[in-house]
Design a protein. Structure first.
Length: 329
C-alpha cells in the first residue's frame, strides 16, 4: 500500500545542508503496524513528515519517492494531496494541544474536516462526529468542549477520533503517547490496536521508546543518524537484534512484561547531522567496533528477510593480492 524508496530529506540552513533522512526505503502492507524507533534527533519525525508530505522550508525532499496506493506523493500537486489527506491517509501529531485549534470546539474542528471533504448535511456531520468520538471512548457531549477542557489523554484520543473521520487506509502517528503517563500510554496503545483490528487501517508509529511498540507492531524500522540501522519483523528484532544499536536500545528501556533486569544506557549521544563521523555513524558509541568501522561506511544488507547496516554482516570482499614488487635490478 505504501512504498518509500530512497527517501532523502535535507534541511537547508545558513550553516549548510543537514541531511536528516538519508536514503530511507521501506514498505507498509494493508493493515500492518510499523514502528519507527530511534533516539531523539535520528530523523524519525522528519521521515514521517516527508511521507505525509507535510514538510515545510527549510526542509525539502531532495531524492526518492513515496508511493501510496500507486501514486507518488512527492510529485503530487496540493489539490490532489488535500483530497488524499484525511480521506485515505491521516496524521496524528506528537502533541494534540499544538495540533488542535485552541479557540475552536472539538466538534467545530471535526465539522471543518468533514465539510472540506464534501459532507455538507449538518445531521450527517453531527452523527459522524459523535460516532468517531465514541469509538475512542469519549462521550459525544465533549464535541462542545475546547481542547484545554480535556485531559492530555482525552486530547490525544480526540486527535485519533479526528484521524478516523473517513476511516483511512493509513494513519501516521508521531509519538502520540509521549505526553502521557505510562498507564494512559498503555491504554491508548491498546485502543489504537483494537481500532486497527476493527477497521483494518495500517499504522506507522514513531517512538523513541522501543518497549512501547514491542507488543503492538508487526515490523520495526530502527533509525540512527538519519539512516535505517535495522529493519525487520518486530518479534525477530526483540528476540535477536542484529545491529548493536538495536541491542543498545532494547537494553535501555524496561520491558512491559518479564523479569526486572538492570537497564543499560548507550554511552554518548547521536552525532550532530551537520558533522557526520567517518565510517559507520554509530561506531564512536558501538561496543562491537572494529578497526574498519572507523573508515568504511556500512551498506544496508539483506539478511533472512531483514535488513541491517553493520560491517559485522557485510560480506567480506576478498582483497586482490598486492602485486609483488619487482626485485630491484
Ligand atoms: N528546523 C531545522 N533546521 C535544521 N535542522 C533541523 C531542523 N529540524 C531538524 N533538524 C535536523 O534534523 C535532525 C532530525 O530531526 P527530527 O526531529 O526528525 O528527529 P527525531 O528523531 O524525530 O527527534 P525527536 O524524537 O526529538 O522528535 C535533527 O537532529 C537536526 O539535525
Amino acid at each position: 500500500m505504501l512504498e518509500v524508496t530512497g527517501l532523502t530529506v535535507d534541511y537547508l540552513t545558513h550553516a549548510g545542508r543537514v541531511r536528516a533522512v538519508d536514503d530511507v526505503s521501506f514498505a507498509v502492507q494493508p493493515g500492518e503496524f510499523t514502528g519507527i524507533v530511534g533516539e531523539s534527533g535520528c530523523g524519525k519525525s522528519t521521515l514521517l513528515f516527508a511521507v505525509a508530505q507535510l514538510l515545510s522550508p527549510p526542509a525539502a525532499v531532495t531524492a526518492g519517492s513515496v508511493t501510496f496506493r500507486g501514486q507518488n506523493l512527492v510529485t503530487m500537486g496540493a489539490r490532489q494531496l488535500n483530497a488524499i489527506r484525511w480521506q485515505n491517509l491521516s496524521v496524528v501529531m506528537q502533541s494534540a494541544m499544538n495540533a488542535l485549534n485552541p479557540v475552536m470546539s472539538v466538534g467545530a474542528q471535526f465539522a471543518d474536516a468533514l465539510h472540506a471533504h464534501g459532507m455538507s448535511s449538518r445531521k450527517a456531520v453531527a452523527s459522524r462526529s459523535a460516532e468517531v468520538l465514541r469509538l475512542v471512548g469519549i462521550d459525544a457531549v465533549h464535541l462542545r468542549s475546547y481542547p484545554h477542557q480535556l485531559s492530555g489523554g482525552m486530547r490525544q484520543r480526540a486527535m485519533i477520533a479526528m484521524a478516523l473521520l473517513f476511516t483511512p487506509d493509513l494513519i501516521i502517528m508521531d509519538e502520540p503517547t509521549s505526553a502521557l503517563d505510562v498507564v494512559a500510554q498503555r491504554s491508548l496503545m491498546t485502543q489504537i490496536k483494537e481500532l486497527q483490528r476493527e477497521f483494518g487501517f495500517a499504522v506507522i508509529f514513531v517512538t523513541h521508546d522501543m518497549s512501547l511498540v514491542s507488543h503492538y507492531s508487526d515490523r520495526l524500522l530502527v533509525m540512527y543518524a538519519g539512516q535505517v540501522a535495522e529493519s525487520g519483523p518486530t518479534r525477530r528484532i526483540f528476540a535477536s537484534p542484529l545491529h548493536p544499536y538495536s541491542r543498545g536500545l532494547l537494553d535501555a528501556f524496561p520491558g512491559i512484561r518479564g523479569e526486572k533486569v538492570p537497564l543499560k544506557g548507550i554511552p554518548g549521544a547521536p552525532p550532530d547531522l551537520s558533522v557526520i563521523p567517518n565510517g559507520c555513524r554509530f561506531q564512536p558509541r558501538c561496543p562491537a567496533r572494529m578497526t574498519e568501522c572507523e573508515t568504511t561506511p556500512p551498506a544496508l544488507v539483506d539478511r533472512d528477510g531483514s535488513q541491517v547496516r553493520c560491517l559485522l554482516y557485510t560480506p567480506v570482499v576478498p582483497q586482490e593480492p598486492a602485486p609483488a614488487k619487482e626485485a630491484a635490478q
